[in-house]
Design a protein around this ligand. Structure first.
Ligand code: RB5
Length: 146
């Protein structure tokens, strides 16, 4: 599995924590986040990362900003992206099983590093259930393609 990881200035610290986790898990990843001291604009990081998941260069993407909200809104504008804003382990599992989410968004100002690590491990390790959920995901793709 190849993962793209990115953040704006609001997510730098949590992004570094998640980069460490991906290294520990031996997961191949590219980090395109900012090392900025000043303020940047989250769409400038979230949208290019989402495009690289949508075009198949990466299997999954992890997006971090202050709240995770701006990143998830931005990524979900890219056709083919199902970005889930997640701050609990239950939702991390459910969004993989039910939504086949291909991007995960989290907020550094919302949760701590320990929970974020658990969320990422759960999200990366859970398979899509398909079945009745496939039909629902197909309806999202159909809307994008109409
Ligand atoms: C930056 O201050 C902050 O607005 C951004 O990181 C994010 O939380 C936006 O949704």
């Amino acid at each position: 599995m190849k993962v793209i990881l990115t953040s704006d200035h609001g997510g730098v610290n949590l992004r570094k924590e998640i980069a460490d986790l991906l290294t520990e898990l031996n997961i191949e990843f590219v980090d395109t986040g900012c090392d900025c001291e000043g303020s940047v604009d989250y769409p400038d990081y979230g949208i290019p990362a989402a495009e690289r998941v949508a075009n198949g260069e990466f299997d999954r993407g992890i997006l971090i900003c202050g709240t995770g909200i701006g990143m998830s809104i931005s990524a979900n504008k890219v056709p083919g992206i199902r970005a889930a804003l997640v701050h609990d382990v239950f939702s991390a599992k459910a969004t993989r099983e039910h939504n086949d989410s291909n991007m995960l968004a989290m907020g550094e100002r919302v949760i701590g590093p320990g929970l974020a690590r658990e969320i990422v491990q759960t999200w990366l390790g859970t398979e899509f259930t398909a079945g009745r959920h496939q039909n629902r995901v197909n309806k999202i793709s159909d809307y994008e393609n109409k």
